[in-house]
Write a protein that binds this ligand. Structure first.
Ligand code: SAM
Length: 248
């Protein structure tokens, strides 16, 4: 059999494309791309020719397309899966073909590379030993607040994707859910010329967003709860003191 290869593509700086990515774009039998025009644009900028067949593979058709693509893998084809930017499957198409490949016992591998989650986390200056990726927050204020409340006791560093349309509202909601003093970072235009990381407390970042609205693509990284905040968020849970007593 051939192989499914998930490949990460640049999230802004085309120089982040690896030699492996270039070779895959040139040599894959089939390229399943979230947006075929963007794939050709990337190939042009990298100076590589796409020799294989290119098919559109996006959120709306990925379940339907996965098996057909895998039939080709079964007969020896290399199927390259790319999204518009970053790692496929991370808030992008790809999961359907990975799941079906696993179910059908077909090989699937990854050519790793840029992804905004790890880039932002590493630059945030917040603890990286344990973190959780939260993707995009719900659009509606009530649902967003409800979701943020479930995270009030979360001790791990939290990573959220955000859009410029909602950043103002989301910052107000983060302030309400986590309080003014939690540390955070707003990471925008990563790997691009106007890359900017704003670090501070939630209230500082919120005020900064009001005064100087950030443009472009952005990721929010928020520190996890301290011991105090975590026990306040889960009053029924045993406190550190309770645990110490129990250990005696
Ligand atoms: N698959 C991608 C990845 O691995 O990062 C994520 C795709 S998701 C549809 C797009 C979101 O990722 C943006 O709204 C933004 O939150 C984040 N993002 C992507 N590129 C970025 C960049 N250069 N700087 C900051 N955030 C970025």
């Amino acid at each position: 059999a051939g192989t499914v290869v998930l490949a990460a593509t640049p999230i802004g700086n085309v120089g982040d494309a690896s030699d492996r990515l270039k070779a895959l774009i040139a040599n894959a039998d089939i390229v399943a791309a979230e947006d075929t025009r963007r794939l050709f644009d990337l190939a042009n900028r990298l100076g590589v020719h796409v020799n294989g067949r290119v098919v559109a593979y996006h959120d709306h058709n990925e379940r339907g397309k996965a098996d057909g693509l895998l039939d080709n893998v079964e007969t020896g084809a290399t199927v390259l899966v790319v999204s518009d930017a970053g790692m496929p499957t991370i808030n992008d198409p790809g999961l359907a073909i990975v799941r079906r490949a696993i179910e059908r016992g077909l090989p699937v591998t990854c050519a790793p590379g840029p992804s905004a989650v790890l880039d932002a986390l590493a630059l945030s200056g917040l603890p990286t030993d344990r973190f959780c990726y939260e993707g995009f927050l719900p659009r509606k204020h009530s649902e967003r607040m409800q979701h943020l409340r479930t995270l009030q006791g979360e001790r791990r560093t939290m990573v959220f994707y955000e859009t410029l349309h909602r950043i103002d509202d989301s910052m107000d909601d983060l302030l309400e859910a986590f309080g003014p003093n939690r540390r955070m970072a707003l990471c925008r235009e990563l790997t691009k010329d106007y890359e900017q990381i704003r670090r501070g407390t939630i209230v500082e970042i919120r005020d900064g967003v009001r005064e100087d609205p950030p443009r472009g693509e952005m990721v929010l990284v928020v520190a996890g709860a301290s011991d105090e905040e975590a026990s306040a968020a889960a009053p029924s849970a045993l406190s550190t003191e309770d645990l110490a007593r129990l250990a005696i």
